[in-house]
Ligand binder design. Structure first.
Ligand SMILES: Cc1ncc(COP(=O)(O)O)c(C=O)c1O
Length: 407
């Protein structure tokens, strides 16, 4: 079966009782089976719920795994995977990662006696030097948030196996449409289902998908013991979202490529980060690993820095100033003050997440409208650019920014 067929049919079989082509939503928190309680398929919704099981079957099918678990958020899924680690263990993570992942690795795991090293995973020597006898897991995002860095998953998986570590790939940005990390040797695929899977900014969810059933059982034990399951209604919305995932993603990739190309020609832009650009350092790898579908997140850096970026993101209208990615509506944000504000500033700058960086999540609005909207941002930020050029931007009065956008 092809991707779209699996996404629509697996886990969404018609209801045998009524013939309803959309399976019913099971909101029940508990179940009263007729037979032996211990043999019932469902007994309590933390341990299992038919709507969640349907979604987990879809997730398993589209990622090519043996089992999946749906969590209450992406962070809950990440937390669940990290509970595989015990006091004394060590984890190596990439430097281009979501601020919340950085926070849990650097500030929560340490309380549990687990240490984390943040390493440029494209630097083979640095990676080799980071391994310890206690290294149990490698964590990478495909591609990274917010700089869209790619790491060769196949090579990283070989390296992790050599050192007896599990490889976890947060595949939120690529989605199962572009990359299937399990087929490249990853042990755990992680998703914030809040993003492309849901696709409509109306649910919170997370997922873990694995190939090894023993690992699935261990993660199921952790999830059932800790309780961060996805709510039935969110599962229902997520299943519905996944049905159109491939279509949405393909179109969003197309618009993103156009936007990235336009931005890279703009005189106020210092740098554009998008794997579909030839200038991207891992463009060749991206063609292979992302299957020529380079995603719907485009980051770019304004020459004029922090204040100009702040003005820019307040003034666009279609690109709404909000965190999150992957939905039908376009969003814009400044990692330094929003999605990656949980980084220590020094660590953030060391990771290359500069003050003038802007991250776009490209939705499904018409491309011409989106391009025109970005022009509003550029025009609004212009006085900032001029102020920075005149080196007196500290005295610059925010209220003097003239724009069509509301400040
Ligand atoms: C790559 C990535 N992973 C995980 C998360 C966390 O997901 P959630 O917000 O659903 O907890 C995010 C959130 O932005 C993300 O961008």
């Amino acid at each position: 079966m092809h991707f779209a067929t699996k996404a629509i049919h697996i886990g969404n079989e018609k209801d045998p009782l009524t013939g309803a082509v959309v399976p019913p939503l099971y909101l029940s928190s508990t179940f009263a089976p007729d037979g032996e309680f211990s043999e019932a398929a469902f007994d309590y919704s933390r341990s299992g719920n038919p709507t969640r099981t349907g979604l987990e079957r879809t997730l398993t099918a589209i990622e090519g795994g043996s089992g999946a678990l749906a969590f209450s958020s992406g962070m809950a899924a990440i937390h669940g995977a990290l509970q595989l680690l015990k006091s004394g263990d060590h984890i190596i993570a990439g430097t281009d990662i979501y601020g919340g992942t950085y926070r849990i690795l650097s500030k929560i795991l340490s309380r549990q006696g687990v240490t984390a090293s943040f390493v440029d995973l494209n630097d083979e020597e640095a990676l080799e030097a980071a391994y310890r006898s206690t290294t149990k897991m490698i964590w990478v995002e495909n591609p990274g948030n917010p700089l869209l860095t790619l790491v060769d998953i196949e090579a990283l998986s070989a390296s992790a196996k050599l050192h007896g570590a599990l490889l976890a790939v947060d595949n939120t940005f690529a989605t199962a449409v572009a990359t299937r990390p399990l087929s490249l040797g990853a042990d755990i695929v992680v998703h914030s289902a809040t993003k492309f899977f849901g696709g409509h900014s109306d649910l919170l969810g997370g997922a873990l998908i694995v190939a090894d059933l023993e690992l699935w059982k261990e993660l199921y034990f952790i999830q059932n013991a800790t309780g961060a399951v996805m709510a039935p209604f969110d599962c229902y919305l997520c299943s519905r979202g996944i049905k159109t995932l491939e279509l949405r993603f393909r179109e969003q990739c197309r618009s993103s490529q156009r936007i990235a190309e336009q931005l890279s020609r703009h005189s106020d832009v210092l740098r554009v980060y998008y794997p579909g650009l030839e200038s991207h350092p891992q463009h060749e790898l991206a063609k292979r690993q992302l299957n020529n579908q380079f995603g719907a997140i485009v980051s770019f850096e304004l020459k004029a820095g922090y204040e100009a970026a702040k003005t820019f993101i307040r003034c666009t209208k279609l690109f709404q100033r909000a965190v999150s990615v992957g939905a039908v509506e376009s969003l814009i944000e400044q990692p330094a003050s929003m999605s990656h504000a949980s980084y220590d500033r020094k660590a953030r700058l060391a990771a290359g997440i500069h003050d003038g960086l802007i991250r776009l999540s490209v939705g499904l609005e018409h491309i011409d409208d989106l391009l025109a909207d970005l022009e509003i941002g550029f025009r609004a930020a212009k006085p900032r650019v001029a102020a920075v050029q005149a080196s007196n931007w500290l005295e610059f009065d925010l209220a003097s920014v003239s724009s069509e956008g509301a400040l």
